[in-house]
Design a protein around this ligand. Structure first.
Ligand code: FES
Length: 361
């Protein structure tokens, strides 16, 4: 894969930020942006309002039950939302950072998904939830100009950035793509900032999905390119962004494992050994043996799959020292890793402890 021009690739940037989260304040590798101090606090919120943002997208307004102000956040931040079932999901904040009375998220219903979005769509006003964060793995840098590219519900982290760029008086442009106009949440309101700067592009009108060249047409000089959408869109744009432009992306799904080496993970001293192939994560391989093992983001930042590392050394690890992020970390050398899953795992794959409440079914 062709590397994105300019500074480190976003996937690596994201891991860097997540690793830094184990320390004190976080400073993004690009643009010198200072991010909010990462927090693992649990915040109790209530679903204050539900809105239809598109035929298959619901907006949630989450407020504190007592109406107290919520912790601050910056464009690009997301919340970890613990749903009543125990599922943990990450949703980008799409509201106004200046509004401390509520967090806003928007969630597209995915009928063939793992159930999280269906559960969100079934929530009622007054439902109490626990959220963690906000955390920011998609920092908004200062630039003279911006090109924002959003695919469908990928508009959610982009929307606060658009408002911030407009407030700064920057030169900006938004291209929001989707199968039809009805599938494009939030951007109709953003067009109210300046209709000439917003393109809402529907595939059914334009004869299919846009090419990267089409998305990058009329790229302002020196513009930072922000992209959030399906992996194919991000990969195509990443390859096509010309030199001299910062490229920043957030994916809907975990990146594929590329260039990995096989290694082994032992599940506790004396436990079964799991072979991790070059093209799979340790999380995926371990889940073959322990299917109910908890995970969520699969990109290293939510912490759900971080487990104690009892032996061996890792690389590409986003967890704290002495721990391993199973979804992204790999063995640094040929020494087998030994991790503690907090339960006894039989060699045949049986588990004698109850599953985590954060399991994704
Ligand atoms: S850190 Fe989120 S699933 Fe691994």
């Amino acid at each position: 894969m062709t590397a994105a021009p300019g500074p480190p690739r976003p996937d690596r940037l994201l891991r860097t930020i997540a690793r830094a989260a184990a320390g004190a304040a976080v400073v993004a590798a690009r643009g010198g942006v200072r991010l909010p101090r990462p927090v693992d606090r649990d915040l109790k919120v209530v679903v204050a309002e539900l809105t239809a943002e598109a035929p298959d997208a619901v907006g949630l307004r989450l407020a504190r039950p007592d109406g107290a102000p919520l912790p601050p956040w910056r464009p690009g931040a997301h919340l970890d939302v613990l749903l009543p079932s125990g599922r943990l999901r990450q949703y980008s904040l799409c509201g106004d950072p200046a509004d401390r009375t509520a967090y806003r998220v928007a969630v597209r219903r995915i009928d063939a998904g793992q159930g999280g979005s269906l559960e969100v769509h079934g929530l009622l006003p007054g439902t109490r939830l626990v959220v963690r964060g906000p955390r920011n793995a998609f920092p908004f840098v200062v630039a003279p100009a911006y090109l924002f590219l959003a695919g469908g519900i990928g508009i959610t982290p982009i929307a606060p950035m658009v408002r911030a760029a407009a407030a700064r008086g920057a030169d900006w442009r938004l291209v929001h793509t989707g199968r039809d106009l009805a599938s494009l949440p939030l951007s109709e309101r953003l067009a109210g900032l300046d209709p000439a700067r917003v393109i809402r592009r529907a595939d059914d009108v334009h004869g299919g999905v846009p090419t990267a060249a089409e998305l990058l047409a009329d790229l302002p000089a020196g513009a930072a390119v922000y992209c959030c959408g399906p992996p194919a869109m991000i990969d195509a744009v990443r390859r096509a962004v010309p030199d001299g432009h910062g490229f920043h992306a957030e994916r809907f799904s975990p990146p594929p494992v590329r260039g990995g080496r096989p290694f082994t993970v032992r599940l506790g001293h004396g436990g079964p050994v799991v072979e991790v192939p070059a093209d799979r994560s340790a999380l995926a391989a371990v889940r073959d043996v322990v299917p109910d093992l908890a995970y969520s983001c699969q990109q290293g930042f939510c912490g759900t799959c971080h487990v104690p590392l009892l032996a061996g050394a890792t690389e590409q690890d986003t967890s704290a020292p002495g721990r391993m992020a199973l979804c992204v970390a790999r063995a640094r050398d040929a020494t087998p890793l030994v991790v503690d899953l907090g339960r006894h795992v039989e060699p045949c794959g049986g588990s004698t402890s109850p599953p985590s409440s954060h399991k994704v079914p």
